[in-house]
Design a protein around this ligand. Structure first.
Ligand code: DGJ
Length: 741
């Protein structure tokens, strides 16, 4: 076998060989390949390191394994079975008994389909998706799209597989469109956006689980025979499992070993599953959770599945994170605040909860301004009848009695202090005790004749319905247009249940959950268009919808309702595997902490919050003069290192899971000119052991100055930096290193 030469259709990042059957997708460090085989099935041949282009289908060794059926067109070839072949888009019911990428129920009731190759197109640029988030290419990116069309062997049903390649960003994306060109309706019962079949390898399944106020904890388990999955059926991507999963070769570390990362750009129900089959192959699938999904496609209709993004690294987990960080910051987040420095904010939630007046907020803002804060955010409680969390949602009318003034006046007073002004909304929810609910009880999700499941005393509005969205949108615009508002916090404080819409007939109810998410995205898109300069921070009871889909609309998300700096070490560590620090909302809150009762120094609380978007969430009136002075210095420090923190390369140097004594991270400038270390001591011991932590991302041949000492870059990376010895519990350090010229 020789290395292929090419005469076929070529773009920079996608190559088609002269037979027109082999498609190779190239990024700087990875290669993805598929082939149309002699029977017209689209088989997967390779996803891994970039090598010279070669036909990797030699890995797909067919063998009669018994009980693995053969498609009729394979004739006498008992070694050819879809049950064992690596495929790009395996279908349900056609002799592949592993988890499938698609299941369609035809008008006859049959669910067995057989998709075979029809055509391929290679297009310049990265595709986008109607009404759905997707990575986009910048002018300087080499970006191409491959569209492969498959057709069912008996029905007029087509599948278009989209592959987007951002070559320098090392990202490959996938999406799928199912099109019904037949005369009868079909029911799409399962649609996965991506499927990767690994012919060999023993993997670990690395996922991020959690709960409210403790999101994205790391779980690493061996992929075993059978099916392993994480997902959500809560109507939101959830606190409980994140739609980001890695498959890592066993033994893979931060800096060594092969690792694949998969991120789903979707904020609703999802499923990510790995299945190790009878012959030791591993299939990985990611898409909309099929449990509450069934889409009817009438003749001429099409369904577009959300995008999934994949990254490969031969150099451990860190490179997967770096590639996602870079692409999310540059090719997913949008708007003015993608690049502009985000203001340092103060949010009144933990400072006052529902108990505030306009005067109290102005007093807080005044003191915050004096400490260097730039944006004041008024959280929950300013509207309708909302003195606690059991009423008022849906009545987006300013409670002037409570504020003692109009919103316009309040925002003017805040602006007069020299601060920007922000405001909280929870547009998707409704309280039963609200004027909106009394007027439109049918606007909340409810199953006929059944009492709905309540959560935080509230119900969820049916955002699949345009008239519901429009009403809320108009109410919100009315508030936003009548005051100067530069920031909006979009909250969502429950999981969805009782999904049922009065807008669809019985056989279309399975579309509601997805149409809800499309409605949410449309709403956010319109809001962004109407208020292009407004910074929107996503939130769902903290980080219950921290996903790449939301980041397309909101460049930052409140990471967790747990503001305890020590708990945040694990939360922010887990979040960092996919999401850059520029997306992680992080605030300094009061001590003892309101969620845990733990006491930590102001300095440590700031060290941890600085590994995020940085802000405060406390009542400044409760700070002493010394603490206020310290806050002033913290804000100056954050501003000084802002671009290093937000745009630098983030390294997890000591994990809160593996190192009992210290959690350490580093931001290194891309040109290696400086670095900032964040160190938090997590355990006090007598006569403690000597700990040296190795730095990364420095110039090995350069000298770096830290305080009055200088070190060789190579020494810091090979031997490490001796850790400072803590004198008090949870002591922390921010250490800055500058390359000497
Ligand atoms: C949950 C959010 O995560 C909090 O920050 C706060 O905004 C509350 N909701 C308000 O109800």
């Amino acid at each position: 076998m020789s290395i292929l030469s090419f005469g076929g259709e070529q773009r920079m990042a996608i190559k088609k060989d002269t037979t027109g059957k082999l498609f190779t997708l190239l990024t700087n460090n990875s290669m993805y390949q598929m082939k149309v085989d002699d029977l017209g099935f689209l088989v997967h041949t390779w996803f891994g390191k970039r090598t010279p282009i070669f036909d990797y289908s030699y890995l797909n060794v067919g063998r009669d394994r018994g009980f693995s059926g053969n498609p009729y067109i394979a004739g006498d070839n008992r070694a050819y079975s879809l049950d064992t072949l690596p495929q790009e888009f395996p279908t349900y019911g056609n002799g592949d008994y592993r988890e499938s990428a698609v299941r369609i129920r035809y008008a006859s009731g049959a669910s067995s389909c057989e998709f075979r190759y029809e055509s391929a197109q290679i297009l310049e640029g990265k595709y986008s998706l109607p009404g759905l988030p997707a990575f986009y290419a910048l002018k300087e990116d080499t970006a191409d799209t491959l569209v492969i069309t498959l057709k069912d062997s008996t029905q007029n049903v087509y599948v278009h597989l989209y592959y987007g390649v951002l070559e320098e960003k090392d990202i490959i994306t996938r999406s799928v469109t199912v099109e019904n060109k037949g005369e009868s309706p079909i029911y799409l019962e399962r649609i996965m956006s991506t499927c990767t079949d690994f012919q060999f390898g023993d993997f670990d399944f690395i996922s991020f689980y959690g709960r409210h106020a403790m999101e994205r904890l790391l779980s690493r388990t061996q992929v075993h025979h059978g099916i392993q999955s994480v997902g959500s059926t809560r109507g939101a991507s959830s606190h409980h499992y994140n739609p980001f999963v890695m498959l890592a070769a066993q033994g893979t570390t931060e800096t060594r070993g092969e690792c694949y990362g998969f991120s789903f750009l979707y904020s609703g129900d999802f499923l990510a599953e790995a299945e190790k089959d009878q012959s030791g192959q591993t299939r990985f699938l990611m898409g909309i959770h099929p449990d509450n999904f069934c889409y009817k496609l009438d003749s001429g209709e099409a369904f577009h599945a959300p995008e999934a993004a994949m990254v490969y690294s031969a150099e451990g987990m860190e490179a997967v994170s770096h590639r996602f960080h870079r692409a999310i910051r540059n090719n997913l987040c949008r708007g003015e605040y993608k690049k502009a420095r985000r203001p340092v904010l103060i949010n009144n939630w933990e400072g006052t909860y529902f108990d505030f007046t306009g005067d109290k907020l102005v007093e807080m803002a005044e003191q915050a301004k004096d400490m260097g804060v730039e944006l004041f955010v008024m959280d929950d409680g300013w509207f309708g009848k909302r003195e606690s969390d059991n009423s008022g949602l849906g009545d987006w009318i300013v409670n002037e009695k409570k504020l003692g003034c109009t919103l316009k006046d309040l925002s003017a007073r805040i602006h007069a202090l020299g601060l920007k002004f922000g405001i909280w909304f929870e547009p998707e929810c409704i309280s039963e005790d609200s004027d909106l609910y009394r007027a439109h009880p049918d606007w909340a999700f409810k199953v006929p004749e059944k009492s709905p499941v309540r959560s935080r005393y509230q119900l969820v509005l049916d955002f699949s319905r345009k008239e519901v969205r429009d009403h809320i949108y108009n109410m919100m615009c009315n508030v936003l247009d009548n005051a100067q508002v530069e920031y909006l916090k979009w909250d969502f404080n429950r999981s969805i249940g009782d999904i049922f819409t009065t807008a669809l007939p019985a056989d279309r109810q399975g579309e509601t959950a997805h149409k809800y998410i499309l409605g949410l995205y449309e709403f956010l898109e319109n809001l962004n268009k109407r208020y292009p300069g407004m910074l929107i921070e996503g939130c769902s009871g903290g980080g219950g919808r921290f996903d790449a889909g939301m980041l397309y609309y909101t460049p930052q998300i409140w990471t967790s309702d747990d503001t305890d700096s020590i708990e945040r070490l694990k939360i922010q560590y887990g979040t960092s595997f996919c999401y850059p620090v520029s997306t992680m909302g992080a605030h300094v809150s009061a001590s003892p902490n309101h969620q845990t009762g733990r006491t930590a120094s102001l300095s440590t609380r700031a060290t941890v919050a600085m590994a995020g978007t940085f802000g405060y969430e406390l009542d400044p009136a409760k700070l002493t003069e010394e603490e206020k002075a310290e806050v002033r210095t913290q804000i100056e420090t954050f501003k000084k290192y802002y671009s290093l923190i937000q745009d630098g390369t983030y390294y997890r140097l000591a994990s809160p899971y593996e190192n009992e004594e210290y959690t350490v991270w580093e931001f290194a400038a891309e040109d290696k000119s400086e670095a900032l270390l964040g160190i938090v001591s997590t355990k006090l011991t007598a006569n403690n052991l000597f700990t040296c932590i190795r730095l990364r991302g420095l110039d090995p041949n350069a000298m770096y100055r830290m305080g009055d000492k200088t070190y060789l870059g190579a020494a810091l990376m090979e031997a490490g930096l001796p850790m400072p010895v803590p004198e008090t519990e949870y002591q922390s350090w921010n250490l800055h290193l500058v390359k000497e010229s």
